[in-house]
Design a protein around this ligand. Structure first.
Ligand code: SF4
Ligand code: SF4
Length: 361
C-alpha cells in the first residue's frame, strides 16, 4: 500500500485535537546539536544528582537505538493549566498556602498522555493497517524538547522550556516513535524571546545562570522534587511557599498571557491541591499523604521529601502560634535530614515572632 503522508498528518492532527492535544508535528531523528549541549551541561555539573541523565547516551543521541526501525517521531503537545494563571500568582503570594507546580495538580500526566498517544496510534492503525510504534511522555531517554522544537511545535525560551506563540509554555510533550515514512514538519524559523530577560530576573534562586542555561542544582523544581538530600540553607528562604516544583520563570514569561486552560479533565486539580494551607498538609501523616497523592505526579517524591519541603515553606511563612506548635510537634521526626529542616523552620519562626511585621495576626 502506498501511504499518503500529508493525508496521514491531516488525520493525526484532527484525531489529536479530539483527544485534547493542541499541536502535532513530525520530527526527523537528528538531535546531535542538542545532545552536545546536554553533554556540556552535564560536564559542568549542572545536572546535580540526576545521574540518570548520564546513562543511555546512545539512545538519547539516536532515537532508533531506543526503538529499532524508527524512521521519524510524531510529536504532540497538550496544555495542562487547570485554571487561569492569576490563581497561581495569588497562591504564590499567600504565605499561608502551599504552592504546587501547576502541572502536578491533576492526575499523573504520564498515565494520561501515554493512554492518549496509544489511542491516537490505534486510530491510525485502524485506518492504514499495522505499523510499528511506541508512545512516550517524559519516561525514557529522549531529547523531547529538541524533537518538539525540530517539528515546529515551538522555540526553546531562555528559561529552557519550549514556548508556543499561541499557547505559551505550560504544556506537556509526548512522542510516538514510528517506522512509518512520514514527511517531516518544518521547524520554526525564529526564536521569539527577543531582548526579554524576565525569566532570568524573576527566578527566585537565580538558577538561570545565563540565557538558555539552567543550573538545576539551584532550581526549586530540582530542590523540591529531584533532590532527596538536604536543601542548601542559603537557598531555603528563596523557596517561599513552593512545596512541589516552581513555575515562576513561566508564570512571568510574557508569552504565557496566551496560556489556556486545558480541555483535559484529568488535569483538573485533585484533592483541592490548588488551595491547601501549609499547616494542613504539614500535619498529614504518611497514610494521609499517600491517600492525598494517589495517582498524582507528586508520588514521585517520598513522604520524607514532602515533610522536608513543607518545613521549609513553613519556615518561610509568617509567625503564628499554630504554625510554630505544628513544627514543635514534629521535632522528633524519625529522619535526621527532615528533622534538621524542621529545626531550621522553628528558628526562623521564632525570629519572626520578634518582628511585628512578620506575625500572622
Ligand atoms: S523553575 Fe523556578 S527556580 Fe527553576 S529556573 Fe524557573 S523560576 Fe528558577
Ligand atoms: S520570559 Fe522572556 S526571555 Fe524568558 S522565555 Fe519568556 S520570552 Fe523568553
Amino acid at each position: 500500500m502506498i501511504l499518503d503522508s500529508s493525508k496521514i498528518l491531516n488525520d493525526l492532527k484532527i484525531w489529536s485535537h479530539e483527544l485534547g492535544f493542541q499541536d502535532l508535528g513530525v520530527a526527523g531523528l537528528n538531535v546531535k546539536d542538542d545532545f552536545s549541549q546536554l553533554e556540556n551541561w552535564i560536564q559542568n555539573g549542572y545536572h546535580g544528582s540526576m545521574s540518570y541523565l548520564e546513562k543511555n547516551k546512545d539512545k538519547r543521541l539516536d532515537p532508533s537505538k531506543l526503538v529499532p526501525d524508527t524512521t521519524c517521531v510524531i510529536t504532540v503537545r497538550a496544555n495542562y493549566l487547570p485554571e487561569p494563571l492569576d490563581h497561581a500568582v495569588s497562591t504564590l503570594k499567600d504565605p499561608r498556602l502551599a504552592y504546587v507546580s501547576r502541572y502536578a495538580l491533576g492526575r499523573d500526566y504520564h498515565k494520561v498522555l501515554r493512554g492518549k498517544l496509544r489511542q491516537l496510534a490505534r486510530k491510525l492503525n485502524d485506518k492504514i493497517g499495522d505499523f510499528g510504534y511506541r508512545a512516550f511522555t517524559d519516561s525514557a531517554p529522549i531529547l523531547e524538547r529538541a524533537l518538539a522544537r525540530n517539528s515546529g511545535l515551538g522555540w526553546v525560551g531562555k528559561h529552557t522550556n519550549l514556548i508556543n506563540k499561541a499557547d505559551g509554555s505550560m504544556f506537556f510533550l509526548g512522542e510516538i516513535f514510528t517506522d512509518l515514512p512520514l514527511d517531516i514538519t518544518a521547524r520554526l524559523k525564529k526564536n521569539h524571546c527577543g531582548t526579554c530577560v524576565s525569566c532570568i530576573d524573576v527566578c527566585p534562586t537565580k538558577a538561570i545562570v545565563s540565557p538558555y542555561k539552567l543550573d538545576a542544582r539551584k532550581c526549586i523544581s530540582y530542590l523540591t522534587i529531584e533532590s532527596k538530600d538536604s536543601i542548601p540553607t542559603e537557598l531555603r528562604a528563596s523557596i517561599g511557599n513552593r512545596i512541589f516544583g516552581c513555575d515562576d520563570c513561566q508564570l512571568f514569561c510574557p508569552w504565557n498571557k496566551y496560556a489556556k486552560v486545558t480541555p483535559i479533565k484529568d488535569f483538573m486539580p485533585r484533592s483541592r491541591l490548588n488551595n491547601r494551607t501549609l499547616l494542613e498538609l504539614f500535619s498529614m501523616n504518611r497514610d494521609e499523604f499517600e491517600l492525598l497523592t494517589r495517582g498524582s505526579a507528586i508520588r514521585r517524591i517520598s513522604y520524607e521529601q514532602w515533610v522536608r519541603n513543607l518545613a521549609v515553606a513553613m519556615g518561610n511563612s509568617r509567625y503564628s502560634r499554630k504554625t510554630l506548635s505544628a513544627l514543635y510537634k514534629r521535632r522528633f521526626f524519625p529522619d535526621q535530614m527532615v528533622r534538621e529542616h524542621i529545626e531550621w523552620a522553628i528558628t526562623r519562626l521564632e525570629n519572626n515572632s520578634l518582628n511585628p511585621d512578620a506575625i500572622d495576626k
